[in-house]
Design a protein around this ligand. Structure first.
Ligand SMILES: C[S@@+](CC[C@H](N)C(=O)[O-])C[C@H]1O[C@@H](n2cnc3c(N)ncnc32)[C@H](O)[C@@H]1O
Length: 471
C-alpha cells in the first residue's frame, strides 16, 4: 500500500515527521482500519445498542457512545440500523462533535454537514432541545444528510442547502452559540481507506483547500456570537489546512484556543508546523494513525472572545430581494385535520409551530421562524409530519422515526426479527390484534415506519426507496 501514496505527500511527511516517525507512520498503511458505530442516544445508549447487534465491540476511548467493530462486519444490514439506533462512523470522526459538546437548548450550526455523522452526534447532545442547523452546499449530498437525520429521528434539525455565506442572510449575524466547521480538505487522513482521495491529491489542492477554509471562517466570524465556540476539523495532515488555519484565527485577535478534554488522544497540534510559531496550536488534537486506532484527523476548539468587534458583512454580495416563499403558517382547517389524525392514533407532539409547503406539514424547531424560510434553499426546515392528500392526513416516515413509544398509542410490535425484515422488504403484515388505521410498526419498541391496519392485514407503508431486498 505504501507504494500507492503520492510521492510528494511522502516527501512532505518525511520532512515534517523525521525519519523514525515516518517509518511508523507509513507502516500504519499496512493495517486495516477498524470501523466504528456510535449509539443514537435519542433512542438508545451504547450498552442497549451493543446488546442488540451481533458484533464484537470495543469502546472508543474518546467517545462514550462509540464502539469499534471489525472491518469485515456489515452494520448497515441490521434491524437496529434501520431503527436508527446507531450511526456507522469512522472512530476519529467522533471527536469534533464530542469536543464541541453543545448543551440542550443551544443554537448550533454544522456548516459542512453531509453525510451527517457529526450532525447526528450533535443532535444527541442537544436531546432535541434548541436549534440544530445542518448545512450542506452540494444538493445530492444534502439529500443524503436529510435521510440520515430522518433515520436517526432528529426533531430539532433544520437542513439547508446553501453556500456558507448565504447562511448570514437566513440567520443574521451572531446567531449561533456553537459552530462546527468540518471543512472540505485535501483528505490525506483518508488515504488508507479511500484510493480515490489518494489519486485526487496534489500540492495545489492543499493550497486551494486552505484558501477555501479561510473564506469559510470569515463567515463563521459573522455567525458566531461573542463568547461562542467553534470547532474546526479536517481529515488531513497538511499544516496549511490545520495548524496554520488555527494560527490565522489566533492572529486575528478574536479567538483563543481551548483545550480538548477527551481521553485517548496523545497527539496535539505542532507549533513547529505553523508560520509564526503559534504555541496555542498545541491545544488542538491530531489523530495520527500510527499512534491510535483511527484515521488521520485534526481538531481545534476555539472561543470567540466576548469583546471581539462584530465582523463587518462583506459589501455588495448579498441580495436584499426576498423570494416568494412556498411556506405558510398552517390554517385552521389543516390543524383540524391533523388533530383528527392525532386523536385517532393517540399522538402527542412536543412542539406545535406548524408550517406548510406543497401540502406537507412541518413543525419548526425552537428559534426558527416562518419569515426565515423566505431565504435560501431549505431541504427541511424542521420535522416533517405528513402530507394532506385529498383532505386526509398521511403521516410521514420522518415522523415515524422521530417518535418514542410514549408519544403514540397505536403501535404494532413485530412478533420476531423475521417479521420485521419482511416489513422492511415491503411485505404486508398480518393484523393479529384488533388494530385499525395508521399504526406505528415497531421492532423491540423502536419504530421502523408506518402501517395501515384494515381487516386481517396491515398495509405496508415503509418507503419504497428504503426497502431492502434481502436480510
Ligand atoms: C468533511 S465533509 C463533511 C462531513 C460531515 N461533517 C460528516 O461528519 O458527515 C465536508 C463537506 O463540505 C462540503 N463542501 C465542499 N465544498 C464546500 C464549500 N465551498 N463550502 C462549504 N462546504 C463545502 C462537501 O460537500 C462535504 O460534504
Amino acid at each position: 500500500m505504501k507504494r500507492t501514496l503520492p510521492e510528494d505527500f511522502v516527501d512532505r511527511m518525511a520532512a515534517l515527521l523525521g525519519k523514525e516517525e515516518l517509518s511508523a507512520f507509513l507502516e500504519s498503511y499496512n493495517r486495516v482500519p477498524k470501523k466504528g458505530l456510535r449509539a443514537n442516544t435519542l433512542k438508545a445508549g451504547r450498552d442497549e445498542m451493543t446488546g442488540l447487534i451481533p458484533f464484537k465491540t470495543q469502546p472508543i476511548p474518546w467517545c462514550d457512545t462509540g464502539a469499534y467493530i471489525d472491518a469485515e462486519e456489515r452494520p448497515g444490514k441490521q434491524l437496529a440500523y434501520n431503527a436508527g439506533l446507531y450511526y456507522v462512523q469512522e472512530p476519529s470522526a467522533m471527536i469534533p462533535a464530542a469536543a464541541l459538546a453543545p448543551k440542550p437548548g443551544e443554537r448550533v450550526l454544522d456548516m459542512c454537514a453531509a453525510p451527517g455523522g457529526k450532525t447526528t452526534q450533535l443532535a444527541c447532545a442537544l436531546q432535541n432541545q434548541g436549534l440544530l442547523v445542518a448545512n450542506e452546499v452540494v444538493k445530492t449530498r444534502a439529500k443524503v444528510l436529510a435521510s440520515n437525520v430522518e433515520r436517526m429521528g432528529i426533531a430539532n434539525a433544520a437542513i439547508t442547502n446553501v453556500r456558507p455565506d448565504q447562511l448570514v442572510d437566513i440567520f443574521g449575524p451572531q446567531s449561533f452559540d456553537k459552530i462546527l466547521v468540518d471543512a472540505p480538505c485535501s483528505g490525506e487522513g483518508m488515504f488508507r481507506k479511500d484510493p480515490a482521495v489518494r489519486s485526487a491529491w496534489s500540492l495545489d489542492n492543499v493550497a486551494q483547500c486552505a484558501r477555501r477554509q479561510k473564506k469559510m471562517l470569515e463567515t463563521v466570524d459573522l455567525l458566531l456570537k461573542p463568547g461562542g465556540e467553534l470547532v474546526y476539523s479536517t481529515c488531513t495532515f497538511a499544516p496549511e489546512e490545520d495548524e496554520q488555519i488555527v494560527e490565522y484565527l489566533v492572529e486575528s485577535g478574536k479567538y483563543e484556543v481551548l483545550p480538548i478534554d477527551l481521553p485517548g488522544l496523545p497527539d496535539h497540534g505542532r507549533p513547529a508546523w505553523t508560520v509564526h510559531g503559534c504555541g496555542a496550536v498545541s491545544q488542538a488534537v491530531r489523530v495520527m494513525p500510527h499512534r491510535v486506532e483511527g484515521e488521520g484527523h485534526f481538531i481545534a476548539k476555539l472561543r470567540k472572545t466576548a469583546d471581539a468587534a462584530p465582523a463587518a458583512s462583506p459589501q455588495g454580495k448579498r441580495s436584499k430581494k426576498k423570494k416568494r416563499s412556498l411556506w405558510r403558517r398552517a390554517s385552521k382547517k389543516d390543524l383540524k385535520d391533523f388533530t383528527a389524525f392525532s386523536e385517532t392514533v393517540g399522538l402527542h407532539l412536543d412542539r406545535s409551530d406548524f408550517v406548510i409547503a406543497s401540502d406537507t406539514l412541518t413543525v419548526l424547531p425552537e428559534g426558527l421562524y416562518l419569515d426565515q424560510l423566505n431565504q435560501g434553499r431549505w431541504v427541511r426546515p424542521g420535522l416533517e409530519i405528513g402530507t394532506f392528500k385529498k383532505g386526509r392526513f398521511e403521516p410521514s416516515h420522518t415522523l415515524a422515526m422521530a417518535l418514542t413509544r410514549d408519544q403514540i398509542a397505536s403501535v404494532y410490535n413485530f412478533k420476531d426479527d423475521d417479521e420485521a425484515y419482511a416489513y422492511l422488504k415491503g411485505e404486508p403484515i398480518a393484523n393479529t390484534g384488533a388494530l385499525k388505521g395508521w399504526t406505528l410498526m415497531c421492532w423491540r419498541g423502536y419504530p421502523l415506519g408506518w402501517g395501515k391496519a384494515s381487516g386481517g392485514a396491515i398495509k405496508n407503508h415503509f418507503p419504497k426507496g428504503l426497502r431492502i431486498l434481502k436480510k
